[in-house]
Write a protein that binds this ligand. Structure first.
Ligand SMILES: Nc1ncnc2c1ncn2[C@@H]1O[C@H](COP(=O)(O)OP(=O)(O)OP(=O)(O)O)[C@@H](O)[C@H]1O
Length: 287
């Protein structure tokens, strides 16, 4: 009994501080119109690539974009956006997002590290706190879209996002033909639906490869079943993004793919994805 009593003030302080952080986060994000999370049931399907390129596609249509890399351990948004040597910095207004290509505001743990290959050794509660602090202490300012790139699965990071951002506008599930199993897609979809987040649809990445010489289509990672899956889960197949060798080339050259190769096959699919998203929210706005 006496032990409980002596612990009470500390526990209360912890709850108060998390409650305050969550409130601060909501206040900080109150001038961001649409908040969208990007998740997948499995790793390596191109979630980061889709989040980063979708952000660039929306920005190139004139929208104000913020991008949160909520993948604390595997933070790679800055690399994909070619933000070499850039850092977050503090101002009197909080943590300032780092301006990325086309002016998108980027927040990522890798932008806080001296070296991008430094490992972050944090367990669940610390990762959740880091994400809440990012949301609460970053000077997000006014944005049309906040895109949140999550690590694979439905763990601490995803739970923190849905608990903190109560007015999330929706979720995009990214998957690839090799992992288009119903079970994997269902897990991600159930997480979204059970948390009362609007399911915007599925993006099938690495869908096919189109030969640039003869135009033949090859299903390198297995037959595309995106349409059937979307139908089965009563959602939309938002995009089929092909495998594109220029993506690796852009990474090697240290340039953002969408800007460097705007007419490449995958870039065109991402542009379409961005337009669908814009239409979705314009339709909603006029309802
Ligand atoms: N359509 C594509 N064509 C060719 N390469 C791609 C495509 N999409 C993504 N890639 C490449 O595949 C690799 C994995 O992509 P990415 O890191 O975006 O996946 P992820 O789902 O975010 O991974 P993680 O599970 O680590 O979070 C990267 O090297 C990326 O450049």
């Amino acid at each position: 009994m006496s032990q409980n009593t002596s612990q009470a003030p500390t526990q209360q302080r912890t709850f108060t501080s998390i409650y305050k952080l969550m409130n601060d986060a909501r206040e900080r994000l109150s001038k961001t119109k649409h908040k969208i999370m990007v998740l997948s049931g499995k790793g390596g399907v191109g979630k980061t690539f889709v989040s980063a390129m979708l952000s660039l596609a929306l920005a190139s249509e004139g929208y104000r974009i913020a991008l949160l890399d909520a993948d604390i351990h595997g933070s790679s948004i800055p690399t994909v956006l070619a933000m070499h040597g850039m850092r977050l910095y503090a101002s009197a207004n909080g943590i300032e997002p780092t301006p990325g290509p086309l002016g998108i505001k980027v927040v990522a743990t890798n932008l806080m590290l001296d070296s991008p290959d430094t490992p972050i050794i944090w367990r669940g509660p610390l990762k959740s706190k880091a994400i809440t602090e990012f949301l609460a202490k970053v000077n997000w300012g006014e944005n049309d879209f906040l895109i949140i790139d999550l690590p694979p699965g439905t763990g601490d990071e995803a739970i923190t996002i849905v608990q903190t951002i109560k007015d999330l506008d929706g979720a995009i599930i990214v998957t690839a033909p090799s992992v288009l199993s119903e079970v994997i897609v269902a897990k991600a979809i159930n997480f979204v639906v059970n948390n009362n987040v609007r399911l915007l649809g599925i993006v099938e990445n690495m869908s096919y490869f189109k030969c640039p010489k003869c135009g033949s289509i090859y299903y390198v990672l297995g037959k595309s079943t995106g349409e059937e899956l979307a139908k089965k889960f009563n959602t939309e197949l938002l995009a089929k993004i092909p495998l594109d060798p220029y993506i690796g080339e852009a990474l090697d050259k240290g340039v953002p793919y969408y800007i460097e190769y705007p007419d490449a096959e995958a870039a065109k699919a991402i542009k379409e994805l961005a337009r669908k998203l814009i239409n979705t929210f314009q339709e909603n706005a006029s309802e």
